[in-house]
Design a protein around this ligand. Structure first.
Ligand code: NAD
Length: 359
């Protein structure tokens, strides 16, 4: 019989075109007024809009400082630099606009200070609704989870995603899809999470198929944002398995870019786990309208012109066994037993960009 325990993460979600304009209202709603503003490097105009909105007379809010050095995989030494500025300007909240790297730094500051966060995601990475923080130190990426890490308020403004480059949009959407796929075979899976995960896979796959036609189609972008939110809620609610561990290893220890790595590894991690998670694979295949889920995800990425081979991201063939060893060394839930040979073969296939053979 079905048995599960489910605790929903409390997060306020403000969704809709133009919702960036509500940032000052949302800061004030939390009872805060002195904001430390973080922005992805390519979003300086949005950062300026936020600073102006916070500074408008009569709101009781202001931008009191910020930091420009956001770096992927949240290196601890970068957070230490940002913390020096935080300590000098003494904000009472963080406002972050950008991708997962910017939101990662926001979380790293929040967990060190207890500051509230209003975050405005502009990719589909999904960090905004999870209580999880991944940090890199000494060449290893480790994650921790705490209620203090979870942002209080998330503003999804689809207009901010209009200019997200097609290539980044594809990899970011498949990154989101990976959260949903791994949630389906997580030990804590439950009917609510399954429903959200499958809806997310459908919305994200549809967006990946359509994005190149018209990247500025806001209805399609809005669907992608909904898919990203649902998938990220899965990520924040249940434990992730082999796929996420491999990507953390490749990002944290080998410096590979987060979303592109997820995009390449996902079909291969699915193929590895397929024999032990037949129901999850059958459900994903049905949503994608294909006979085999891992091959279907590979074909989706190939059809959209996304990346297929880890060697194209700069991973050397010699690094493959080392990555397999690191990814196999930490304990985490996975439906199929992990073996060094199996992990090495999986990574060799992902390195070469081979299409997974249907089971
Ligand atoms: P990113 O934040 O580095 O953004 C990728 C690139 O896109 C950057 O150059 C950025 O400036 C640019 N960009 C972002 N939004 C844009 C927009 N709207 N228009 C134009 N350019 C834009 O990458 P990401 O993939 O979003 O996030 C990756 C990071 O997030 C990794 O460090 C990963 O570990 C973390 N992450 C954490 C969680 C979690 O739950 N803790 C979940 C997902 C990702």
């Amino acid at each position: 019989m079905l048995e599960f325990v489910y605790t929903a993460n409390p997060a306020r979600v403000v969704f809709g075109p133009g919702s960036l304009d509500r940032v000052a209202e949302e800061v004030a709603r939390l009872g805060r007024g002195r904001a430390f503003v973080l922005a992805s490097p390519s979003l300086s105009a949005e950062r300026a809009r936020i600073e102006v909105a916070l500074g408008e007379a009569g709101r009781g809010t202001a931008a009191v400082g910020g930091f420009n050095g956001v770096t992927m995989h949240t290196p601890v030494e970068v957070t230490d630099e940002a913390m020096k500025v935080v300590d000098s300007v003494r904000p009472d909240c963080v406002v972050a606009v950008g991708g997962g790297s910017t939101i990662g730094l926001s979380k790293a500051i929040a967990v060190r200070t207890g500051l509230d966060q209003v975050v405005i995601p502009t990719t589909y990475a999904g960090s905004e609704v999870t209580p999880v923080l991944g940090e890199t130190e000494g060449g290893r990426k480790t994650t921790r989870s705490s209620p203090a890490i979870l942002p209080e308020t998330v503003i999804y403004d689809v207009e901010l995603t209009r200019g997200l480059p097609v290539e980044v949009s594809i990899t970011s959407a498949v990154n989101a899809m990976a959260h949903a796929v791994e949630a389906l075979y997580a030990p804590q899976a439950n009917p609510a999470i399954d429903a959200w995960a499958l809806r997310a896979v459908g919305l994200l796959a549809d967006g990946v198929r359509r994005i190149a036609e018209d990247p500025s189609d806001l209805d399609m972008r809005s669907d992608l944002q909904v898919g990203a939110w649902l998938a990220a809620t899965c990520l924040g609610s249940v434990g992730m398995g082999l796929h996420h561990k491999l990507c953390h290893t490749l990002g944290g220890s080998f410096g590979l870019p987060h979303a592109a790595t997820h995009t390449i590894v996902l079909p291969h991690a699915m193929a590895y786990n397929a024999p032990a998670a037949p129901d999850a694979m059958a459900q994903v295949a049905a949503v994608l309208g294909v006979p085999d889920a891992p091959a279907g995800v590979y074909d989706l990425v190939a059809g959209a012109g996304g990346p297929l081979a880890l060697r194209d991201l700069g991973l050397s063939a010699q690094d493959v066994p080392k990555a397999a060893e690191i990814a196999g060394s930490a304990g985490y839930p996975n439906p199929r037993e992990l073996t060094q040979d199996g992990l090495t073969r999986l990574l060799e296939n992902a390195w070469a960009g081979a299409r997974p053979e249907p089971a």
